[in-house]
Design a protein around this ligand. Structure first.
Ligand SMILES: Cc1cc2nc3c(=O)[nH]c(=O)nc-3n(C[C@H](O)[C@H](O)[C@H](O)COP(=O)(O)OP(=O)(O)OC[C@H]3O[C@@H](n4cnc5c(N)ncnc54)[C@H](O)[C@@H]3O)c2cc1C
Length: 533
């Protein structure tokens, strides 16, 4: 049942909030989307600096059978291209073009670790199996984005024959939830080999996700103009359909007993339904539970305790460079999206027990010792490097190149450094070491060609989008997440114990990312449209 006169407030104009707002304004609800920043998009954003364009968060986007049909469903016509990936270790780089490229990856590992050929074969043949399962998962357009009443061809020719295979795959993948590090340890006792594979991923990434990732490499897409074109286009649709977007409006209080939210300037907004599309710890901390039924208050308290005791996933340090060198130089090295590890030695315990002990004893550890740790961390780590102009040449001035270089980085270490008042100095130390490492390996002498540079730390992410622990994909994998983590439960993932309040986005379901933010935004909107709250 459609109730178009209902007033809907959506908090957070990231991809999830934009998705929910688009579907509800298309269905003619009275929609107000509030966003604390000046710009919309949250963790999907493209900025310009001196003619260089940088994707400040997601570097490209996995289609996952969701993103392209979603844009099509909203009538958004962006020019979208495939975004091929390269993987490099030391001086060897492979370009990934098809499922057969897994063979090139195997050859690369065998060349680097000739004494571990049997282990490599075992690992790669498992990857091959998981790659097939991941392909099944993302194999067809997500039916939630299709009009099954009208599109009978899709229903009978694609969806129905696929369902059995899909359910079996989901079940099989759900059973492979153990952390990839532990799984790989059983496959090989040679730590450099297992590190070189698992240090691409967040700590304790589920095995099914990490080992099937080779398929995901083939599924990346990139819109002309940068990833920020997607939120921009959805925002335009919301306005076109009569929805309102109010930026620089941070919601600081939620009062469900009065169906009201209040922003930090004291402005009050009434709602019939609220969809919270931002950090969930923040929602529960800012929730006023006065005058709610006891049973509901108890459930809310339990939920709050669960959320507050969990951490966000890993964070990231990103360095952005304007370089006075032509694109051709970089084109001859890799594709525009590149995972590069300068050393085959692997991180070992550097990012685990050694880091933990550094953080636990931070106050008693001399600065030099922390910088020595940082030195090794930067030399042995894996970098995600993105070059927007290698996908759309208009994204950098002629004859020059913009690079985005990121590395997974611990939030707590940056927090400690900030508390000890050497945040800016440490940030520069990280930048210098990343540059030195890449200058000594894949990009000789890049240091001398830099026109400008700037960086974002885990604390920048916290400050910008309010993401707990600077997390970039929602909840940490280190404990079972406090939200749904099986696709079979995704429908109910958007419900909350708070009356008339739904949730959507990267904190709603785990593992998350852009496709899940879209899917949960859509599901929350549908719950309201179908009156199923
Ligand atoms: C470097 C990096 C690389 C990534 N790579 C990938 C990738 O390859 N693939 C992938 O799928 N995902 C990737 N991601 C993650 C992906 O970008 C996010 O998971 C996704 O964009 C989250 O969308 P969201 O709408 O749930 O949340 P967000 O984008 O965090 O949006 C939440 C919005 O709410 C606003 N907000 C917060 N609190 C309030 C408040 N109180 N009042 C009003 N507004 C508020 C915030 O400002 C923000 O705009 C990456 C992220 C980063 C940072």
């Amino acid at each position: 049942m459609n109730e178009p006169d209902k007033k809907i407030i959506i908090v957070g104009a990231g991809i999830a909030g934009l998705t929910a707002a688009a579907y509800l304004s298309r269905a003619k609800y009275d929609v107000l989307l509030t966003e604390k920043n000046k710009e919309i998009g949250g963790l999907v954003n493209t900025i310009e600096r001196d003619g260089f364009f940088f994707d400040t968060a997601a570097r490209s986007i996995e289609n996952s059978g969701i993103v392209k049909p979603f844009l099509y469903d909203l009538g958004i016509n962006l020019e979208i291209m495939n975004s091929p990936i390269s993987v490099g270790i030391e001086s060897d780089v492979i370009n990934i073009h098809s499922e057969e490229s897994l063979g090139d990856y195997k050859n690369l590992l065998e060349k680097l670790y000739p004494e571990k050929i049997e282990d490599i074969q075992r690992i790669v043949s498992f990857m091959e199996k998981m790659m097939k399962d991941t392909a099944t998962l993302y194999g067809i357009d997500n039916p939630l984005l299709k009009d099954l009443k009208k599109d009978k061809k899709f229903l009978f020719k694609e969806l129905l024959p696929y369902l059995g295979k899909f359910l079996l795959t989901v079940r099989r993948m759900n059973r492979l939830n153990e952390p990839v590090e532990e799984f790989l340890e059983k496959m090989s006792s040679y730590r450099p080999l297992t590190d070189i594979i698992d240090q691409h991923f967040f700590k304790n990434t589920p095995t099914s996700f990490a080992m099937g990732y080779f398929y995901v490499y083939l599924d990346y897409i990139y819109p002309m103009g940068g990833t920020g074109q997607i939120p921009k286009a959805i925002g335009q649709k919301i306005i076109e359909w009569g929805g309102k977007i109010q930026t620089e409006t941070e919601i600081s209080k939620i009062i469900p007993s009065k169906n009201q939210v209040i922003d930090i300037n004291g402005n009050l907004y009434p709602y019939d339904y609220l969809i919270w599309c931002a950090d969930l710890k923040t929602l529960y901390k800012r929730l006023n539970t006065h005058n709610l039924d006891d049973k509901i208050s108890r459930k809310i308290k339990e939920q709050k305790e669960k959320f507050v005791s969990h951490r966000g996933a890993d964070s990231v340090f990103s360095l952005f460079l304007g370089v006075d060198e032509p694109l051709e130089k970089y084109e001859s090295i890799s594709h525009g999206h590149f995972f590069y590890t300068p050393s085959k030695k692997g991180l070992g315990e550097l990012n685990r027990s050694i880091l933990k002990s550094l953080i636990d004893n931070f106050e008693n550890t001399p600065k030099e010792e922390i910088l020595q740790w940082l030195d090794k961390f930067c030399k042995l780590n894996t970098y995600e490097i993105s070059i927007p102009a290698l996908r759309d040449s208009s994204l950098a001035p002629k004859g020059k190149t913009g690079l985005e270089i990121s590395v997974l980085f611990d939030f707590d270490l940056f927090k400690k450094v900030q508390e000890a008042s050497w945040y800016e100095e440490f940030k520069t130390e990280v930048e210098n070491r990343i540059l030195k490492t890449l200058s000594n390996s894949i990009y000789p002498d890049i240091e001398e060609k830099i026109l400008f540079r700037f960086s974002f730390t885990p604390l920048s992410i916290l400050n910008r989008v309010g993401s707990s622990e600077g997390a970039i994909v929602g909840w940490s994998y280190e404990k079972t997440p406090p939200v749904a983590n099986s696709l079979l439960k995704i429908y109910s993932s958007v419900k909350t114990p708070i009356p008339k309040v739904l949730q959507a986005g990267q904190w709603t379901y785990s593992p998350a990312g852009i496709p899940i933010a879209i899917l949960t935004g859509l599901l929350a909107a549908q719950k309201i449209i179908k009156n199923k709250i």
